[in-house]
Design a protein around this ligand. Structure first.
Ligand code: HEC
Length: 152
């Protein structure tokens, strides 16, 4: 439920950004928007990882909702790297993102694909969630290794 709410409010916040003019979108810095999305993605991973480790009870609905966060937010995240947002707001985005945007997008799409495949098994059993989470975590790491700088 908590995730359903978080997802609904994030969608409400982000939808206008995606669909209105560039002028209107200037209100929020892309560095801030993308940081917030990754925080939400990190929280969703915390829910899934907590269940996998047995630190929180397995909950099929919460697991699939957390995977939906990745599926919905990643495409929005990938659009928040315009020219001019390479630095500022303590961003941890590496310059390599702007050098090879196609590969960066591919790594984002890999996360969406892994999350899509994980939804069935993760919604069925804890064992399914544990197995499906491997490729999801791997897609986070692959992108971070290439495109996320260490914490300042
Ligand atoms: C397509 C590339 C990509 C994928 C896939 C990706 N991340 Fe990130 N992540 C980034 C980048 C780039 C940053 C730094 C963003 C910035 O500071 O502007 C980041 C930052 C973060 C942060 C720190 C918040 C911040 O901005 O300092 C967390 C937490 C995080 N990611 C979690 C995850 C998790 C969990 C997954 C997988 C479910 C994931 N990420 C998948 C690229 C990615």
């Amino acid at each position: 439920m908590r995730y359903a709410l978080a997802f609904a409010s994030a969608a409400a916040l982000l939808a206008p950004l995606a669909f209105t003019s560039a002028a209107a979108a200037q209100d929020a810095a892309p560095q801030v928007e993308r940081h917030e999305i990754m925080e939400e993605v990190g929280d969703a991973m915390g829910v899934l990882g907590g269940m996998a480790k047995g630190e929180r009870p397995y909950d099929a609905a919460a697991a699939t909702e957390a995977l939906d966060v990745f599926i919905v937010q990643t495409p929005l995240f990938l659009e928040l790297f315009p020219e001019g947002s390479e630095t500022g707001h303590d961003t941890r985005a590496k310059p390599a993102i702007w050098e090879d945007p196609a590969d960066f997008h591919e790594k984002g799409e890999a996360l969406v694909a892994a999350a899509e495949s994980a939804k069935g098994p993760a919604g069925e059993s804890l064992e399914g969630l544990r197995t499906a989470l491997g490729p999801v975590g791997q897609s986070c790491r692959a992108c971070h290794e290439a495109y996320r700088a260490p914490k300042n």
